[in-house]
Design a protein around this ligand. Structure first.
Ligand code: NDP
Length: 260
């Protein structure tokens, strides 16, 4: 399939985990990729995409920094001429009991997960409006935008924020031919869960690596954790012409974990 041939796709947090799986899916379908993250590792992710035959660049970009986000979209246009799809995937999580949750943890989480999505959407919309050819924005929320988990009020708030922002922006840019949708991954096997295992383990009891995720997986009707490619399939659909009449929606991709 080459549904995205000639299109340019920006993926923040595209160097690993869900973001890399999304980038790989778009690369396999003919897109040019601009992957962004805060680690040098982003260049090896771009290399891997180029080796698969795609056009790809890696850009160091902290999504909480407005100037860096502007530069990211400048680089995308310089390299490939346009920005057609922008996937706001970068995110962080920390876990703490309410009496231990610090202001810094709150601010950092809101900065990356919510403000970062705002800054990237703002810049992508500017470019898409200028080109006049429309575009697709996909924002990564979380199952926690549906049902906040224990010990993560800051993360849940940041992801609810993404859902509200998605709806508001969808209304503002609908007549520009730009759709804005959000996704709610459930339990997806990535480094984020390696982190969860360690920290939740400390808070909730004596878990060994992997155990906590396996326990939570028992609540999933499909009884398996998701893979990056499960999320990538939904993102590619939302970015495709088949989703032209879908906007302002927040869609779960979680094996049935949450059904609202
Ligand atoms: P990972 O920890 O594997 O990846 C997170 C990515 O975000 C990394 O590429 C990281 O870059 C990037 N990132 C973090 N901070 C910044 C920043 N300030 N600027 C730019 N990039 C940044 O996590 P996942 O792949 O699991 O998560 C991807 C998204 O999916 C997140 O938004 C997360 O909240 C969401 N999600 C994940 C779920 C899961 O079960 N895994 C469930 C629900 C939602 P670097 O490596 O350079 O630090």
């Amino acid at each position: 399939m080459d549904r995205f041939s000639g299109k340019t796709v920006v993926v923040t947090g595209g160097n690993k985990g869900i973001g890399l799986a999304i980038a790989e899916r778009f690369a396999a379908e003919g897109a040019n990729l601009v992957v962004a993250s805060v680690e040098e590792q982003v260049e090896s992710a771009a290399n891997r995409l180029r080796n698969s035959g795609a056009g790809a660049i890696g850009v160091l970009c902290d999504v909480t920094n407005k100037a860096a986000v502007e530069a990211l979209y400048d680089r995308a246009e310089e390299a490939f001429g346009s920005v057609d799809v922008s996937v706001q995937n970068a995110g962080i999580i920390t876990i703490a009991k309410i009496e231990d949750l610090t202001e810094n943890q709150w601010d950092d989480t809101m900065d990356v997960n919510t403000k970062g999505v705002f800054l990237c959407c703002q810049e992508a919309i500017k470019r898409m409006r200028k080109s006049g050819t429309g575009g697709k924005l996909i924002n990564t929320a979380s199952g926690q935008a549906r049902d906040g988990f224990i010990y993560t009020p800051h993360y849940a708030a940041s992801k609810y924020g993404v859902m509200g922002m998605t709806q508001s922006l969808a209304k503002e840019v609908a007549l520009d031919g730009i759709t804005v949708n959000a996704i709610c991954p459930g339990i997806i096997k990535t480094d984020m869960w390696a982190y969860n295992d360690r920290v939740w383990g400390e808070l909730l009891g004596d878990y060994s690596p992997g155990e906590l995720m396996e326990e939570w997986v028992q609540n999933i009707p499909m009884k398996r954790a998701g893979e990056g490619r499960d999320v990538a399939g939904l993102v590619a659909f939302l970015a495709s012409d088949d989703a032209d009449y879908i906007t302002g929606q927040t869609i779960n991709v979680d094996g049935g974990l949450i059904m609202s």
